[in-house]
Design a protein around this ligand. Structure first.
Ligand SMILES: C[S@@+](CC[C@H](N)C(=O)[O-])C[C@H]1O[C@@H](n2cnc3c(N)ncnc32)[C@H](O)[C@@H]1O
Length: 295
C-alpha cells in the first residue's frame, strides 16, 4: 500500500462533516418518492488512495501550498473515498478522480473491498479540473443529482471547474478552500505577489478583483519611485468572505458559515465550504450543511 500522508486532526473533523452530509443526503433521496427516482452520484475529485496516514502538515513550506506535503505519519485512517463507499444506502455511482497513478491504482483495488459496489465505481486517473469540466458538460443532468467533494492539498482548484459544477444545477459542492494554507500566504505583505502567485490567485478566484480587494495604497512612497506603494489589506475573515461571494455569484445558495479548520497553533489553514446548485433542493441542502458546519 502506497503511503499517503496529509492533514492533521482537522482532517478527521472535515471527513466527519462530509460523512454526516452524505448520510442525510441519501436519506432524503431514498425517503422522498420523487427524489427516489433520481440517480445519485458521488464524485471525489482529489480522491487520494482511500486511506491516509495522518500527521499535522499544516505548517508546510511555501512549496507545499501548491505541491505535495511531507511529514511524520501517525497511523492509517479511512480517506474520503472509503467514507463515501460506506454510506448506507449507497450511491448509484461513484466517480473517483486522482492525478497520481499509484493512488489511482490503489483506488482500483478498492473494488475487492467493496464487491457489492464494484460495478458502480469509476476511476479517472487525471487532473481534477480537466476531468470535471468535461464530465459536467458531457453528462445529461436530467434525472441525476451529484455530490462533489473537492479536497485539494492547496491551490489546485480552478474557477472554471467551480463554475462548471454550478452550471449543472444538479450538484451539491463541498470544497476545502485553502485559506491560510494557500491564499493568505500568496497575498504577500509588501505589495502584490510575483506573477506566478498572482496568476494562481486569479485562476482560483476566477477574477483579478482580488487585487483591489486585498491591496490598498500605502501613505508611503515607493523606495525608487514617486508612486505610492501598495500594501496588503486582507484578513482571514475578508479572504473567506471574498471567496463566499465568488461562490454566491454562480451557485443557487451557499452556506454562510464555512468551518474554519486550524492547525495545532490555532492558525486557520482551510475553510470547509458548501454550495448548492439545484434550485429546488438548495434550501434543504444548505440548511443541513449550515447545521453541520457549526463550530
Ligand atoms: C488532500 S489529498 C485528498 C485526500 C482524500 N480526499 C482523502 O480524504 O483521502 C489530495 C489528493 O489530490 C491529488 N491531486 C493533487 N492534484 C490533483 C489534481 N490536479 N487532480 C486530481 N488529483 C490531484 C493528490 O495526489 C492527493 O491524492
Amino acid at each position: 500500500m502506497a503511503e499517503h500522508t496529509f492533514g492533521g486532526s482537522w482532517t478527521e473533523d472535515k471527513l466527519t462533516r462530509l460523512r454526516k452530509y452524505l448520510e442525510a443526503y441519501t436519506v432524503i433521496f431514498t425517503k422522498n418518492p420523487k427524489a427516489r427516482l433520481l440517480k445519485r452520484i458521488y464524485v471525489d475529485a482529489f480522491a487520494g488512495s482511500g486511506v491516509r496516514s495522518s500527521g499535522d502538515h499544516s505548517d508546510e513550506s511555501q512549496d507545499g501550498l501548491l505541491f505535495e506535503p511531507e511529514g511524520e505519519a501517525l497511523g492509517f485512517m479511512k480517506g474520503s473515498v472509503r467514507v463515501a463507499l460506506e454510506i448506507d444506502p449507497p450511491f448509484d455511482q461513484y466517480v473517483f478522480i486522482e492525478k497520481d497513478p499509484v493512488f489511482a491504482g490503489e483506488l482500483n483495488d478498492l473494488r475487492s473491498d467493496y464487491p457489492e459496489l464494484a460495478n458502480r465505481i469509476e476511476i479517472r486517473n487525471g487532473d481534477a479540473n480537466t476531468v470535471l469540466v468535461k464530465w459536467t458538460r458531457d453528462t445529461s443532468w436530467h434525472g441525476q443529482r451529484a455530490v462533489v467533494f473537492l479536497d485539494p492539498y492547496g491551490m489546485q482548484v480552478e474557477w472554471p471547474t467551480i463554475e462548471a459544477i454550478a452550471q449543472t444545477e444538479a450538484i451539491d459542492l463541498w470544497l476545502l478552500f485553502p485559506l491560510g494554507q494557500g491564499v493568505n500566504r500568496l497575498l504577500t505583505c509588501q505589495g502584490p505577489p510575483p506573477n506566478a502567485w498572482a496568476d494562481r490567485l486569479t485562476t482560483m478566484f476566477g477574477t483579478e478583483s482580488w487585487r483591489e480587494t486585498f491591496y490598498r495604497r500605502s501613505d508611503q512612497l515607493g523606495l525608487f519611485s514617486d508612486e505610492p506603494r501598495l500594501e496588503k489589506d486582507a484578513t482571514f475573515d475578508s479572504i473567506m468572505r471574498f471567496f463566499l461571494d465568488r461562490l454566491d455569484s454562480v451557485f443557487e445558495m451557499v452556506a454562510p458559515n464555512p468551518l474554519i479548520l486550524r492547525n495545532s497553533r490555532n492558525s486557520p489553514i482551510f475553510g470547509l465550504c458548501f454550495a448548492a446548485s439545484n434550485k429546488k433542493g438548495a434550501p434543504t441542502a444548505v440548511r443541513i450543511a449550515k447545521d453541520l458546519l457549526k463550530d
